[in-house]
Design a protein around this ligand. Structure first.
Ligand SMILES: Nc1ncnc2c1ncn2[C@@H]1O[C@H](COP(=O)(O)OS(=O)(=O)O)[C@@H](OP(=O)(O)O)[C@H]1O
Ligand SMILES: [Mg+2]
Ligand SMILES: [Mg+2]
Ligand SMILES: [Mg+2]
Length: 392
């Protein structure tokens, strides 16, 4: 890191412990957020040739691959090529002869982004990375690392569906040590300045397209949230505007969960895709506990960000039986909510278990994140009371 990023260790920043790791991770995620904003704008205006469909029918784009290459390269520069990184994407599709155009677009995107690394206080490569180096950076992230005692875990674009639809998505990076997230960074490039715009029903993209670029609402979107375990605080910094240089901690401010504990006033959020979570079951729960606000249906771990910054009080996800949650879809968000004062457990009230490899093994029925213990207890009780009559 160059001179201007001397970390001042005081109450406004992350003190002791993982301060260097947090700072490198935040700088890398911040840089990747701006990359994704550029790619998303191009994707919405050009053909969707840069969107690939994986075997499980979920999408992957040049943004997913590019972010994974960039974060892998930055962490390897900082911690050596043996650094252990677990990440969602692999190079199989990108290495096929038929994917030459896709690979070329990824290499170009990665080099454009890394050329800007000094703006974020990071050292970029002396020369552009070639296709081989980009493929190596992506494939260096191996699922096998999830069995280690200390590894980074990355979801380069969480909510890729939201990304390709011009809506919410997140870049999620966490460090897991001895089976527990010890730091988490959540980049939310499209997080709007008005929380009511978060919800998919409100047609975030329609709102964004209506706002001219000169309107601050559209350009002032986006933030990066971060925390380290045991710090007891969570932070949020706005995304850089224009050509501004990143100077740590980049106007970070502390965030706290909401103090609302009355279900009649609380807002719950859930996945947009009903294939990913049972909307009918959560609607029944909401009714039984007296939640009166319409659910905020939001793509990706932006839902965790909404709880951590006090824009919603409850996040519920009840995936269909047999679906196994991946650690990269939750690690960063769980830690940030906990350090912002919230609570995250499975429906049995147990903490999510990040110690069993790539999956959240042993997850009991679903995930419940709340701003406080009182709401959490209410929701857990309601799940128990209605589970047997549900078809889940
Ligand atoms: N069947 C099923 N059930 C639950 N979750 C699934 C499922 N399939 C996929 N996923 C992964 O979860 C990520 C989607 O995030 P959410 O659960 O918030 O849902 S939403 O699609 O954003 O509405 C999203 O992560 P990304 O792939 O990183 O976008 C999905 O991969
Ligand atoms: Mg995916
Ligand atoms: Mg994901
Ligand atoms: Mg992803």
């Amino acid at each position: 890191m160059d001179e201007d990023c001397k970390l001042e260790v005081n109450s406004a920043y992350i003190s002791d412990g993982y301060s260097k790791e947090v700072e490198i991770a935040v700088r890398a995620v911040h840089m990747a957020c701006l990359l994704c904003q550029r790619v998303q704008e191009n994707l919405l205006s050009e053909s969707s040739e840069h969107v690939h469909s994986k075997e499980d029918d979920s999408p992957v784009t040049i943004a997913d691959w590019s972010v994974q290459a960039i974060v892998s390269w930055v962490l390897s520069e900082a911690y050596g090529s043996n650094v252990s990184i677990v990440a969602e994407e692999d190079v199989e599709a990108l290495s096929k002869a038929s994917a030459a155009g896709l690979l070329e677009a990824v290499v170009r995107t990665v080099n454009e982004c890394l050329a800007d690394a000094p703006r974020f206080g990071l050292k970029g490569p002396d020369t552009d990375l070639d296709a081989k180096a980009v493929l190596e950076a992506i494939s260096r992230c191996s699922l096998a690392g999830a069995r280690g005692s200390k590894f980074w875990v990355l979801d380069p674009v969480d909510g890729t569906l939201g990304f390709v639809r011009g809506d919410q998505y997140a870049i999620a990076l966490a460090l897991i040590e001895d089976g527990e997230p010890v730091l988490g960074v959540l980049g939310c490039p499209n997080y709007p300045i008005k929380k009511e715009w978060l919800s998919y029903q409100n047609g975030y993209r329609r709102i964004l397209s209506r706002l001219t670029s000169s309107t601050s609402e559209s350009s002032d979107r986006g933030s990066v949230l971060y925390a380290r375990k045991g710090g007891g605080r969570a932070w949020m910094q706005p995304l850089l505007r224009g050509e501004n240089k990143f100077v740590w901690p980049n106007s970070a401010r502390e965030i706290r969960v909401s103090s609302i504990d009355n279900p009649a006033l609380a807002t719950f959020c859930e996945p947009v895709e009903k294939a990913n979570s049972s909307h009918s079951f959560t609607a029944g729960l909401a009714h039984s506990v007296g939640l009166q606000n319409q659910p905020l249906r939001v793509y990706s771990m932006v839902k965790y960000a909404a709880i951590a910054r006090g824009d919603a009080e409850i996040y519920m996800k009840f995936a269909r039986a047999g679906y196994k949650e991946k650690i990269w879809d939750h690690a960063a968000g769980v830690l940030i909510i906990e350090e912002a004062g919230g609570v995250v457990t499975d429906a049995g009230g147990q903490p999510l278990d990040f110690s069993k490899g790539v999956y959240l093994e042993g997850l009991d029925r679903g995930i419940i994140a709340c701003a406080g213990a009182k709401l959490h207890e209410t929701i857990i009780g309601a799940v128990d009371a209605s589970w047997n009559s549900s078809s889940l």
